[in-house]
Design a protein around this ligand. Sequence first.
Ligand SMILES: [Zn+2]
Length: 476
Amino acid sequence: MSRLIKKILRASFFILTSFSILAAGVPKAAAYTNPITTLRIGLCYEGNGTAMSTLKLTNVVGKGFIFGSFDASRKFVKNAVTGAQGLSSIDLNVKNGVLVVTNPSNNSVIYQAAADAPTIAIMPVDSGTAKSVTGTNWSYKYYGGFEVTALKSGKMQVINVVNIDDYVKGVVPVEMSASWPLEALKAQAMCARNFVVNHIGSHGDFDVCDTDHCQVYAGTTFATANSDAAVDGTAGKYVLYNDKPCTTFFYSSNGGATESSENVWVTALPYLVAKFDDYEQSVDTGKSSWTFTYTAAEITELLKKNGYSIGTVTSITPTYTSVGNILSLTFSDGKTTVTVKKQEAGNILCSSALGKYTYSQRFTITGSSSTRTGLFINSASNPLESIFSTFATGGDGGVSKVAVDSGKISVMTGSGLQTIDSYGSGRTQTGDTFVVNGSGWGHNVGMSQYGAKAMALMGKTYEEIIKYYFSGVTIG
Ligand SMILES: [Zn+2]
């Protein structure tokens, strides 16, 4: 697949990623000043197969290029080469291990790096009134300069050296639709800025790459006045916990509740805690419900593919978190059991071969021959199996939703006190087929992008959105 096609595919989806989790402390209000405002973004490099054989740079706003190097503080220091100052485009190639810059109109050599200097920095010359923008031969355009390095393979590594806010302008419209409300885009800009400032120098020769491995970045290519305004409107601001930029995870939608970081990954963080989220209900997330059915044989096959040793599955016992997301699944063949937990509990039921995916950890699983148990209300054929979405009539005649936060409810029955779980945690499902019903798309930790959209449409500010999804944070 060509680099351009890969780039377009990457840019077409909201990205769901997970990263290692950092430590945190107690929240206090303070402003934060980022000491590094010039970023190094990996655009083309050997590690992911995108290193370039040929490179064409075109100054589309402004004219010409100058050459030199970036110093330790990431400042461009120009050299004496002037041959590209009047040109709109330059070509780069590696010949005999040396970087060569040529004039595309006549192929004459403008600049040839020294044999022991594999790297050159290139800066477009601005027009005097507007910041220059450079086009590339993969059709993307970028602010800032470039650092090109000849690799042993004969290809080139290309790094974009760019101001942090120009970088964030290249992330926001590919991680969230630029047509969405401004306050939602501002919340996305905050998440993007926090992410990169927590990853300075974390990626070999550069800070972050431009794919969903870090966060998708497409330069100025998809930026609009609306998405740029979101970045300008939050410039220099960070989501802070204990005075430091915190880890602002986000995902497309949660289907009704966020989740605590330790119930999806490993580490508990005080600002990433589970909560019910009713905002998404007012917008179309495209994933408000999904369902599919597995046979016991298919599930057995999935477990074996993932390295588990088990016979044909006859039962599955789910447990749920306090907000009703899956916490674990225990599969049994009648003798042996296999328990998968947290994110793996969702992943284990994904099959690209069968086209069946648990898009989030928010789902239930029901066996075809499970005996329905629970508390019978008025009729022996309608057991109350969980208290999720259950309403009760109080002594004053008022009807209210039964709170599920406590996790359990107890009722005095003719045969004594009986207790049922909020979601049916631990209730074994049996059968030769299993139905999965779920909602949401993503890891559920941190900000819901569709929730942010819904909040913005209701008139909430980006600060309200950020503080809703990240508990106890400040903005400064
Ligand atoms: Zn990366």
